[in-house]
Design a protein around this ligand. Structure first.
Ligand code: PEP
Length: 283
């Protein structure tokens, strides 16, 4: 099954109501490929979600930039997955490197958020990526694999079956006579079609230092192989893996032309008219 190109715009903590209206107007007037060719999702700050949702063209969708790890309640300042569902917000970005670095979100915490958001019916853009130090130390794949493992919620259980006990008559002790072991691997993501993995090398985010198409392709290919080995061949073949990190109108075509790059998560350039050119890279 072909993977539909995906372009996400992460507006981060930017904009006034007036600026947001301007961006929405620009998007609404843009000539872009049809929904059959590209899925476009923009992610304004929470406070602008209702405004954007109610004024944005219907072929583009909206995402929140985060949500709480479990059911809402006494968690001051947080927004729950249930609230996003209630507002008909279909997508949420989770595990962005800025939250991992600045707010100390661990792999496990991000994995728990992904599981909870999916269970509430949200679709998730789940971010992974290595720092420059990790890349230079040669541990890129170890880092993104550990992050993806937490997102997938993979756990291993060793089941031990005792099928026969034997009694030693003299000693009066029972010995295990026949046992079998079964290693069961489970993942918490029941519907992978609701997950997009965003590979975003930290050193490329907001720095103007984009990964080369070969660097992006190498990690995407490894991630797909990881999914094949640890989840399933079908999930590996169908899950979209998008690239993020200093994508702009000039570099998007070549990056998007890589076999395993299924689109982009765009930060800075998603606030500018060149976001339209990035959407057009789907063609
Ligand atoms: C991002 O924050 O997800 C991102 C990719 O930012 P930028 O495009 O500005 O590097």
């Amino acid at each position: 099954m072909a993977r539909k190109f995906f372009v996400g715009g992460n507006w981060k903590c930017n904009g006034t109501a007036e600026e947001v209206k301007k961006i929405v107007n620009t998007l609404n007037e843009a000539q872009v490929p049809s929904q059959d060719v590209v899925e476009v999702v923009v992610s304004p700050p929470y406070v602008f979600l209702p405004l954007v949702k109610s004024t944005l063209r219907s072929d583009f969708h909206v995402a929140a930039q985060n949500c709480w790890v479990k059911k809402g309640g006494a968690f001051t300042g947080e927004v729950s997955a249930e609230m996003l569902v209630n507002l008909d917000i279909p997508w949420v970005i989770l595990g962005h490197s800025e939250r991992r670095a600045l707010l100390n979100e661990t792999n496990e915490f991000v994995g728990d958020k992904v599981a909870y958001a999916l269970a509430q019916g949200l679709s998730v853009i789940a971010c992974v990526g290595e720092t420059l130090e990790q890349r230079e130390a040669g541990s890129t794949m170890d880092v993104v694999a550990a992050q993806t493992k937490a997102i997938a919620g993979i756990h291993a259980y060793l089941l031990v079956f005792i099928t026969k006990l034997q009694r030693n008559g003299l000693l009066g002790i029972f010995f295990l006579h026949r046992t079998s072991f079964l290693l069961v691997m489970t993942d918490r993501v029941s519907n992978w079609s609701k997950v997009v993995i965003a590979y975003e090398p930290v050193w490329a985010i907001g720095t103007g230092k984009v990964a080369s198409p070969a660097q992006a392709q190498e990690v995407h290919d490894e991630l797909r192989k990881w999914l094949a080995k640890n989840v399933s061949a079908d999930v590996a073949a169908t899950t979209r893996i998008i690239y993020g990190g200093s994508v702009n109108g000039g570099n998007c075509k070549e990056l998007g032309g890589q076999a395993d790059v299924d689109g982009f998560l765009v930060g800075g350039a998603s606030l500018k008219p060149e976001f339209i050119d990035i959407i057009k890279a789907a063609e």
